[in-house]
Design a protein around this ligand. Sequence first.
Ligand SMILES: N[C@@H](CCC(=O)N[C@@H](CS)C(=O)NCC(=O)O)C(=O)O
Length: 198
Amino acid sequence: MELYYSLTSPYARIVRIALLEKHLDDRVTHHVVDPWGDDPSLMQVNPATRVPTLITHDGTPITESLLMVHYLEAVWPQPGLIPTIDRERTLSEAGLAVGMIDAAVHTLLGRKIGGAQFDASPIGQRRTRAINAALDRLEAQSPAISGQLGALTVAIALDYLDLRFPDMGWAVTRPQLARWHEAMEERESLSRTRPPRS
Ligand SMILES: N[C@@H](CCC(=O)N[C@@H](CS)C(=O)NCC(=O)O)C(=O)O
């Protein structure tokens, strides 16, 4: 398999972590690319020029991080990221986390296009509200510390907030979630894929 990714993309990190958790990482050729730099090799495999993009053993490109997780789970079910017994819960947590990531990425893009006033616009406020509502829900009920898709994706989303919105201070009013996050960070797949702070 081949994986196109950037070191800071939270979507790509979902797949990188899935590969590590499933002990598949050494079967993958890594291509670190800048998705915003119109890298020709990325454009060739993914018309959307986005990371992550996974090329399967038979040369088929798969885009969309959660579809890649679906593929990996189907072909290499063990160890499972979405165990049958916890399927609903872990999918629900993963969806909540991806919603936070989407809102955060959208906010950054909005600021790039419209400047800092994006945050005060109706759509900017909607995105901020989405992040805070998800954080509040997670404070009320954090996932179990585990290698399941939900917990891993929530940790990725919180790391991304810390990376891109360091002054946000989400942890101050959400002590339980902050403690959960700290404990999750010890997991090897998370520490090995931590985004560089640049
Ligand atoms: N829904 C996609 C989102 C992928 C995505 O937006 N990746 C960003 C990097 S974080 C990207 O490649 N952006 C470049 C662009 O939008 O042109 C997924 O889950 O894989």
